[in-house]
Design a protein around this ligand. Structure first.
Ligand code: HEM
Ligand code: HEM
Length: 209
């Protein structure tokens, strides 16, 4: 049987783009989920950094370094379950890129982020700079600037309903992403223990010991 090119020792390097986009996305998600006010200019500006990082990383999945390409970690639910079983039995395989269970998690995180971004964009008709201008005016005590903004058609109940719905999905996807991120970190810890190999170091420094 021909050797599966996806198996083998893990890569010596997560290249700089994978590492930068990983920690960048983690920071963006944390900042917007915990520290910024939803819908504020800062929230939207940080959101745009997230959009740029996700787009870059997905493009890298097509043309990037071999371990970073989607083909190196295809979504394979059966293989993911088999990998979780192998962790249980104490004999997990080594993979060049993300292991099959990790790969499913990576796609789930990216999909949730894409939903957060799409719904965030759908709610944002103004640029961060315009929102910042409006915030400054409101802070100065003049609320009139809020009349005539994106949800101006307050008389239009349908619009209002749609916006509420989009906001609901935005929040749900954001919460889902946080829950997945916690599971993801737990998975990294379990896998590191099972393989007796620190998986976090290569994501920080690139090199594996
Ligand atoms: C990247 C991760 C993100 C997370 C974790 C996140 C999280 C949240 C949360 C929890 C809220 C609800 C706040 C509340 O209850 O009022 C919110 C609101 C909002 N977010 Fe995000 N968000 C993210 C990205 C984005 C992006 C990329 C955009 C747009 C480009 C965006 C635009 C908005 C807007 C406009 C609201 C206000 C909704 C409203 O109050 O009507 N968000 N976000
Ligand atoms: C909101 C927080 C986080 C998100 C959204 C996130 C998302 C991701 C994504 C999308 C990947 C795939 C990377 C790629 O191929 O580009 C990944 C990999 C990885 N993440 Fe995270 N991550 C988060 C937090 C963390 C934290 C806090 C740690 C460290 C404790 C961590 C450790 C890792 C490691 C070690 C990998 C590579 C796993 C492997 O060797 O296959 N992540 N993460």
């Amino acid at each position: 049987m021909a050797a599966d090119p996806r198996h083998g020792p893990a890569p010596d390097l997560w290249d700089p783009l994978v590492r930068t986009s990983h920690w960048g996305i983690a920071l963006v998600v944390l900042a917007n989920a915990v520290f910024t006010k939803g819908g504020s200019s800062v929230h939207v500006a940080i959101g745009w950094i997230g959009i740029a990082l996700l787009v870059l990383r997905l493009a890298w999945g097509l043309v990037g370094a071999p371990e970073a390409r989607f083909g190196a970690f295809p979504p394979q639910p059966r293989a993911a379950i088999a990998h979780l079983r192998s962790l249980w039995s104490g004999k997990p395989g080594h993979y060049r890129s993300h292991n099959p269970a990790g790969a499913m998690m990576v796609y789930a995180l990216w999909i949730s982020l894409a939903v957060v971004i799409a719904t965030g964009l759908a709610m944002t008709t103004d640029s961060p700079a315009t929102i910042a201008d409006r915030e400054a005016i409101v802070t100065s005590g003049d609320w009139s600037t809020l009349a005539g903004t994106s949800d101006a058609g307050d008389d239009d109940a349908q619009d209002e309903h749609a916006r509420k719905w989009v906001k609901e999905v935005h929040e749900m996807a954001a919460n889902l992403m946080l829950a997945l991120a916690v599971l993801h970190v737990a998975g990294v810890m379990v896998e590191s223990r099972a393989l007796r190999r620190n998986l976090v170091m290569p994501m920080i420094f690139g090199r594996r010991k």
